[in-house]
Design a protein around this ligand. Structure first.
Ligand SMILES: Nc1nc2c(ncn2[C@@H]2O[C@H](COP(=O)(O)OP(=O)(O)OP(=O)(O)O)[C@@H](O)[C@H]2O)c(=O)[nH]1
Ligand SMILES: [Mg+2]
Length: 369
């Protein structure tokens, strides 16, 4: 039984939980809309918030659902994840249900289930989503970044797969990123089950890294063709820019893991100072070396990173640029009306000459007749 559980909230969350079920993780999902959650057939435990029918991209509806039903939700989580040490809450930041429910839910879980470590798998939308989605994402990420007792936050960046697969459908991008994020977590967990003569990376090491508050990135690079220390370091650094997570953009890794799998001769090319040159050496590094005749690969886990300001500003910039137009759109909703140019023609048909005596926004007065 894996010690990590995945709780999906909203549609994207449910899909990530579904992918995790396939790899043998304990999973559950929560939704405000039964029809969304029902399609995730591999997820065993499901809670549909009673009295709701989706959140329609309105975060406040998601937040209210948690607020009004948190006791049942905590009970559901406890029952679904009895043997789990570490729970990841998975959701997209730009809808209503997952984005609105998850930050509040994580705070409540940390408070009510103090023995459980809680982290997040939060999906950052593609670059071309509309204003409403961007507003949701920015609000959700801000709330998430302020949660005090939270462990690792994984920021799955839908833009990353879009960059390399510009022709793919949305569904292909979603499926691939869901699959890759659960595979990345599964891979580091599997390593803790292996034993090595030369240095084990065990479950306590992994827990130590993943308990770190802040943004976490996991990436694996194959270093088959690398001949020098510099080449190996470069490959690893490139994997931090090209993973499915928001690219690493600033220094300040707090805890890290570095796992080597492959032949002994290539392992000599690993040079810690050179690998961490750009992001700064972490406070603690947990290493694992597993010698085998497979293609050499290096998996790194960087934890404690700051939220990626530059990536998130790309998302916010469009809102700032369109500020006036967006204000106008909202105004227009309440002020727009159609003026007919043939008002004069009404007289042609008027036999009784009836004209309503009150305008529509006046309250009707009681009449005695
Ligand atoms: N990576 C990934 N992203 C997804 C997936 N499904 C949806 N998304 C992202 O999530 C956004 C939509 O959010 P949903 O998860 O459908 O929203 P929800 O939480 O169900 O909220 P409401 O539908 O508004 O009640 C999209 O714009 C995408 O950014 C998925 O399976 N994987
Ligand atoms: Mg939905």
């Amino acid at each position: 039984m894996k010690p990590f559980g995945i709780l999906g909230v909203g549609q994207a969350g449910g899909n990530i939980a579904e992918a995790a079920s396939a790899l043998g993780f304990p999973t559950a999902l929560i939704n405000t809309n039964q029809r969304d959650g029902i399609v995730n057939t591999r997820v065993e435990n499901k809670y549909f918030v009673p009295g709701y029918n989706g959140a329609g991209q309105d975060r406040s509806i998601g937040a209210r659902a948690v607020h009004d039903h948190y006791r049942e939700i905590v009970e559901f989580v406890e029952k679904s994840f009895k043997k789990v040490k570490f729970l990841f809450v998975a959701f997209s930041t730009d809808g209503g249900t997952g984005s609105g429910m998850s930050p509040l839910l994580i705070e409540i879980l940390l408070n009510q289930l103090p023995k459980l470590k809680v982290g997040a798998i939060a999906v950052v939308p593609e670059r071309n989503v509309l204003a409403g989605n961007r507003i949701n994402a920015a609000e959700c990420l801000e709330e998430l970044s302020k949660i005090e007792g939270i462990s690792s936050t994984f920021l799955v960046d839908n833009d990353q797969l879009r960059r390399t697969n510009p022709q793919s459908s949305k569904q292909q991008i979603y499926r691939a990123s869901n699959q890759k994020v659960v595979e990345a977590i599964n891979h580091v967990l599997q390593i803790t089950l292996k034993s090595s003569l030369y240095g084990n990376f065990d479950e306590t090491d992994l827990m130590n890294i993943l308990s770190t508050r802040g943004v976490t990135v996991i990436s694996t690079s194959t270093v088959t063709d690398a001949k020098t220390t510099a080449e190996v370091s470069l490959k690893i650094q490139q994997s931090w820019a090209n993973s499915i997570f928001c690219p690493v953009e600033s220094a300040g890794v707090i805890r890290a893991g570095l796992i080597y799998e492959g032949p002994e001769n290539v392992s000599k090319l690993i040079n810690i100072p050179s690998i961490f040159e750009r992001v700064g050496e972490p406070l603690e590094l947990f290493e694992g070396t597993y010698i085998s005749e497979t293609d050499p690969s290096i998996t790194t886990i960087l934890a404690g990173l700051s939220f990626p300001t530059r990536r998130l500003q790309v998302m916010e910039e469009m809102l700032n640029k369109n500020r006036d137009r967006l204000h106008e759109l909202v105004q227009k909703e309440y002020t727009q009306k159609y003026e007919s140019k043939i008002g004069w023609a009404s007289n042609l048909k008027a036999r009784n000459n009836y004209k309503p005596t009150r305008t529509v926004n006046q309250k009707p007065t009681k009449s005695n007749s």
